[in-house]
Design a protein around this ligand. Sequence first.
Ligand SMILES: Cc1cc2nc3c(=O)[nH]c(=O)nc-3n(C[C@H](O)[C@H](O)[C@H](O)COP(=O)(O)O)c2cc1C
Length: 186
Amino acid sequence: MQILAVSGSLRAGSYNTSLLRAATEAAPDGVEVELFEPAAIADLPLYDQDLDGGEVPASVEFLREAWGSADAIIFATPEYNGSVPGGLKNAIDWASRPRLEAALTNKTVAVVSASTGQFGGMWAQADLRKILGIAGARVVGDELPVTRAQERFDHEGRLVDAELFERLRLLLETVAAEAIPTAVAA
Ligand SMILES: Cc1cc2nc3c(=O)[nH]c(=O)nc-3n(C[C@H](O)[C@H](O)[C@H](O)COP(=O)(O)O)c2cc1C
């Protein structure tokens, strides 16, 4: 079972990306968590229905193939002005079309968020759950907002919070239990 880990932050020192790196180590037996390169989100053009007819841009093709072939996806989002970063929303818009065969249709997904504030990006996380559900994904697992993220990682971006590591592991277990492997779904 392969779970793709998608960060909504493009920043090199991102806490959300660091959280997903920790998730690659927290994966239960039989589960492989693979980090989706954040640059692939930056490469996407802004969603334009006129570009979404026949042949789509290569960056869109890459996104749809990578997200579509994953058995499940875990998203980690920052909160920008009370919601998800525009780049992540744009990627989800691309991955939500064409509707019936979209990369996100029936995809099992989980959502976490990390912010330097005391609410852990809970608004962004709630919005992301809503957006993914409308886009056709199956959102599973408990909410996991990581507050005061700067205190939970060392200078190399390694997670130093054992309880948070355990919560990540439990979430990945839930995702793995709920996921419908793409080989079966096809
Ligand atoms: C444009 C912008 C808007 C932000 N708005 C919020 C916000 O509404 N709520 C919040 O908790 N943090 C907010 N922050 C702080 C981010 O949560 C913080 O920078 C976080 O570390 C970003 O995630 P990252 O480390 O994965 O890049 C904002 C940061 C930026 C750059």
